[in-house]
Write a protein that binds this ligand. Structure first.
Ligand code: PGA
Length: 248
């Protein structure tokens, strides 16, 4: 079965008004090239509106990196899905390992966030992945299986939800798992998706993330059950990100 891949750039806490130009260049590139993938940039919340306006009508979409589960209220410093939607976001990354680690986000909270995202008609990009220690102990499949079961809301469909497998130790480190390890983990996630959603489990996109670069993207994207990539650092560079887009 052919699944339309997705390439999603996660800018993390990087980017400013100066980067409107960069995103316009991404959008122009995507509109001119024949790239068979959904492509999105997830900038900090402060840039969603500006970038969305700058590329109106383009194939490139803009997403967000986190959200609160409530639509509004006394939650100083937080941003709701409703607000992100109003700003022009089409998707929200939830449960990124930096949030699970730095802010102690649990599978239950990630599930509630995904539910809130889906409830507003946006796509949830649910992240999961094992730590170096868990990898060394051979616990990867057990950990990601548990995270997927705990973080995936019952309302998830292949249209409204994407899964991103990101080994914590591969993020920003320049290191990636061996191809055989990526294949094994993605196969396990697929099997778990099929158990949870027997009818549609085969159609969910499972992205790989963690040190995806212009140099390794083609090899990683060709692996079985890898339906795209979540790209951090390389999505801040025109040369690197477009090279990744061209690597299908
Ligand atoms: P990286 O980050 O590509 O810089 O490793 C990926 C991510 O954290 O989403």
């Amino acid at each position: 079965m052919s699944i339309r891949p997705a390439i999603i750039g996660n800018w993390k806490m990087n980017g400013s008004g100066r980067d409107v130009k960069l995103v316009r260049r991404f959008a122009d590139f995507l509109d001119k090239q024949k790239i068979v993938a959904d492509v999105m940039i997830c900038p900090p919340s402060t840039l969603i509106d500006r970038l969305g306006e700058a590329i109106k009508g383009a194939k490139l979409k803009i997403g967000a990196q986190n959200c609160h589960i409530e639509p509004s209220g006394a939650f100083t410093g937080d941003v709701s899905v409703l607000m992100l939607k109003d700003a022009g976001a089409k998707a929200v990354i939830v449960g990124h390992s930096e949030r699970r680690t730095e802010y102690g986000e649990t599978d239950k909270q990630v599930c509630q966030k995904a539910q809130a995202v889906i409830g507003q008609g946006l796509q949830a990009i649910i992240c999961l992945g094992e730590t170096r220690q868990q990898f060394n102990k051979g616990q990867t499949l057990q950990v990601v299986g548990r995270q997927l079961r705990g973080s995936l809301p019952s309302t998830a469909t292949p249209q409204n939800t994407l899964i991103a497998y990101e080994p914590v130790w591969a993020i920003g480190s320049g290191r990636t798992p061996k191809p055989a390890d990526i294949i094994r983990t993605h196969a396990h996630l697929r099997k778990t998706l099929l158990k949870l959603h027997p009818k549609s489990g085969a159609k969910f996109r499972i992205l790989y993330g963690g040190s995806v670069s212009a140099a390794n993207a083609a090899d990683i994207l060709a692996l079985e059950n890898v339906n795209g990539a979540l790209v951090g650092g390389a999505s801040l560079s025109f040369k690197d990100f477009t090279a990744i887009l061209k690597s299908f």
